[in-house]
Design a protein around this ligand. Structure first.
Ligand code: 5AD
Ligand code: SF4
Ligand code: FES
Length: 359
């Protein structure tokens, strides 16, 4: 029996065994992916939930060192979708039975923004007769803001911890009060207390990041008892400060493999949560998302942002689907998901089973 098989059989996931799994070579990873697939089938089924992604605005008050739309980058034209455009995208999701959308944006916490989002959530719910589940991915906010948006009709919230190691977090962000590690943790706690299904996640293959850090990230998800995780490879962007460390990075293929192993180990550790096959995987490999589905992921976020805005929402370079309209991505994904051996769960909200149990 190989070391990987032995760990999988014993099923004890502590720092040391998690690290060993993340270090598994190509041959041993086969056993890991197989195990994750079995668990996915048993606990969440071979089904994929769609979350229609609406990239509402690229205005951002923050300046994260890895991100292309950071406030310090003047290369992109800044945009904000109109209310009608958001409703149109949400209507597409509703009519095509996606059952769920994600409203994502650069981070802002001014009252104008907060009120606009609150009103948009209400209008979407009215338009779709409360049949769409709304996930927000709008960064760190005051507990009161989280409560307002929840009351307006949002159900889930994604806030990546980016990296659970506080020291590394500091290296990835400016050292000021807008980018404090503890505020991020407090925000995650406030989201849980408000009643959201809470999702977090990390980037994989960041400069300075070690496999030991990634093992800690998985332990962080378990300790926080999250309902959803979205994580994907870090992809360098030339207009960002981290670009100067590109020589230290793992190759793109290695980052992809490591990301797939992270998904697989997480599926085995947290059997009934929702795990996204993130778009960044597809930047590295056209089949990246399908490979993640086969390694245990069960959520995909087809992009519903109007095509005219897409080239201005480049958090990283070589983002896929810049020219494809929603319909094209939908049929493309239908074929690919079928090839991966899964079925799209049209018309189902797909709440995390983990969340349902905790309720
Ligand atoms: N590579 C990969 N992911 C990135 N994100 C931001 N910049 C990058 C990058 N260069 C991710 C962050 C953020 C999410 C919206 O996008 O994890 O939380
Ligand atoms: Fe803004 Fe989010 Fe990019 Fe940070 S990662 S700069 S908060 S959009
Ligand atoms: Fe957009 Fe394939 S998912 S074209």
């Amino acid at each position: 029996m190989t070391k990987v098989e032995e760990i999988l059989e014993k099923g004890n996931f502590e720092k040391e065994t998690i690290t060993a799994l993340l270090l598994a070579g190509e041959e041993d990873s086969g056993a890991l992916f197989r195990k994750a697939r079995e668990i996915k089938k048993e606990f969440v089924g071979n089904r994929v939930y769609f979350r229609g992604l609406i990239e509402y605005s690229n205005y951002c008050a923050k300046n994260c060192f890895y991100c292309g739309i950071r406030s310090g980058n003047s290369r992109y034209a800044r945009y904000e979708m109109t209310g009608d455009e958001v409703l149109e995208a949400a209507r597409y999701a509703w009519q095509n039975r996606f059952a769920s959308i994600v409203l994502q944006s650069g981070e802002r916490d001014d009252e104008g923004f907060i009120a606009k989002i609150e009103q948009l959530i209400g209008s979407i719910q009215d338009m779709a007769r409360n049949e769409l589940h709304i996930t927000l991915s709008l960064g760190e906010q005051k507990p009161e803001t989280y409560r307002r948006w929840f009351k307006a009709g949002a159900h889930r919230y994604l806030l990546r911890i980016e990296d659970a190691n506080a020291e590394l977090y500091r290296k990835l962000h400016p050292n000021d009060r807008h980018h404090a590690y503890q505020s991020r943790i407090d925000a995650l706690m406030a989201l849980r207390a408000t009643g959201y299904q809470v999702g977090t996640g990390v980037m994989i293959g960041l400069p300075f990041q070690t496999v030991s850090d990634l093992a800690d990230d998985l332990i962080f998800f378990r300790d926080l008892d999250v309902d959803m995780v979205g994580m994907g490879p870090y992809i360098e962007h030339q207009d960002t400060p981290l670009y100067e460390h590109r020589n230290q990075l793992l190759s793109l293929r290695e980052r992809l493999q490591l990301s797939l192993k992270m998904v697989a180990v997480l599926r085995i550790m947290m059997k009934d949560i929702n795990i996204a096959a993130t778009t960044a995987l597809q930047t590295i490999d056209p089949m990246g998302r399908e490979k993640a589905l086969q390694a245990g992921a069960n959520v995909i976020m087809p992009n519903l942002t109007p095509v005219k805005y897409r080239q201005d929402y480049l958090l990283y370079e070589n983002k896929p689907c810049l020219d494809e309209e929603a319909d094209q991505c939908k049929s493309c994904l239908e074929t690919r998901i079928q090839m991966a051996g899964d079925t799209i769960a049209y018309g189902e909200w797909g709440d995390s089973k983990h969340f349902e149990k905790r309720k």
